[in-house]
Design a protein around this ligand. Structure first.
Ligand code: PHE
Length: 371
């Protein structure tokens, strides 16, 4: 027996329920609310579940129609809830991204006019804004030296600041107790046997390391920090920087050394500055020389910076001693080479006419901002 009234009543209830549930899903504000709604509206104890259970009271054909209607309504609601969940997930992701985003636009706009935050030393910014930092004069000098040598065909090598006695002295033709070791006041580290590990006193150990790891032809420069047990004064710092040069190839002569020093000098200082070599002594080069450049401050006329000589001593150089080649296993019959090394801080001092090198360490912004 078919009871039409209750069947249409069930359909009405279903339609009403579906509309209400659909609305609830659409306005669910977060994933948690959505999950609760799904359980109360679609779960076993839901209104939908009740309707399902009522089916048994209907005649079989009505039961099938009504059952299909309920299933269809459920399927639509499940799909709706899924769509809502996807929306909510996307919104949560977007919110998280927005929260993680660093807003740099304000800082950038503060530097309006030249494209960066703060103001430059050369002015041109709002005086109320903070200064923009820049590289220290010594670092700028090192970079410029590297660029100059790279443009002359050298590549850049590096070595450790804590060295062994072998690299800093012995391989450079200074066996233990060699008197020339006294040329460098050495700071030793309390590591291993006494006086075997030290802070490198020059960049020359990088020569040895390079010749150990590379085969000629070698054309390298090695800039880096060096340490000596010196009391700081106007022209010395206990922690300073050198740049080392090393060339090893067939048929390299003293003329190549002199020519390279001169080419570097004009490339770095300009055409008005020249170089000269004066005989000197280093255990790892033979013959050895000191190289000097015409004083860039007075142009060679004589001034306080160059002690009125017109020349400034920059560093040492010479032809690689065969004993050094022997220490690294390079055949001195086949190859020859030259090396040079000079102080980067000294060069910076000369270039800007700085009376006292210690100023480089003061971190006084009035000084640093000038460069
Ligand atoms: N290493 C030497 C010094 O510190 C300079 C030098 C380098 C001399 C290379 C000759 C060759 O005084």
């Amino acid at each position: 027996m078919t009871d039409t009234a209750p069947q249409s009543a069930v359909r009405d209830t279903l339609a009403e329920f579906e509309a209400g549930a659909a609305r609830a899903f659409e306005v669910a504000e977060d994933a948690e609310t959505l999950r609760e709604l799904e359980s109360t509206l679609l779960g076993r104890r839901s209104r939908l579940g009740d309707l399902q259970r009522q089916l048994s009271t209907f005649a079989p054909e009505d039961r099938r129609d009504l059952g299909q209607a309920i299933q269809a309504a459920r399927a639509r609601l499940v799909e709706l809830a899924g769509a809502r969940r996807a929306d909510l997930d996307a919104r949560a992701r977007a919110d998280a991204l927005a929260a993680d985003r660093l807003d740099l636009t304000e800082a950038m706009s503060l530097g309006a006019g030249w494209g960066g935050p703060g103001r430059t030393d050369s002015g041109g910014g709002d005086p109320a804004l903070p200064w923009r930092g820049h590289l220290n004069l010594v670092t700028q000098t090192r970079d410029a030296l590297e660029d100059t040598f790279v443009s002359l065909g050298f590549s850049v090598a590096e070595g450790p600041e804590a060295e062994t006695d072998w690299y800093n002295f012995e391989a450079l033709n200074m066996p233990p107790a060699h008197p020339a070791r006294g040329m460098w006041d050495t700071l030793y580290l309390r590591l291993g046997a006494p006086e075997t590990v030290l802070l490198r006193t020059h960049t020359s150990p990088v020569q040895v390391r390079t010749m150990e790891s590379e085969k000629p032809p070698i054309y390298v420069v090695a800039p880096g920090r060096c340490y000596r047990r010196d009391t700081p004064d106007a022209r010395h710092l206990p922690v300073f920087h050198q740049i080392e040069g090393l060339v090893v190839d067939r048929g390299i002569t003293f003329g190549d050394l002199a020519g390279t020093i001169e080419a570097f000098t004009t490339a770095y200082f300009g055409p008005d500055v020249h170089s000269r070599l004066r005989p000197s002594y280093f255990p790892f080069t033979e013959p050895s020389a000191e190289f000097e450049v015409t004083c860039p401050i007075c142009g060679g006329a004589g001034c306080r910076t160059c002690s009125h000589s017109g020349w400034i001593e920059l560093g040492g150089c010479g032809m690689v001693d065969p004993a050094v080649f022997a220490a690294v296993g390079i055949d001195a019959e086949e190859y020859s080479g030259f090396a040079f090394g000079f102080g980067i801080d000294r060069l910076a001092q000369v270039r800007v006419g700085l009376a006292d090198m210690r100023t480089l360490l003061d971190n006084d912004l009035r000084f640093l901002r000038q460069f």
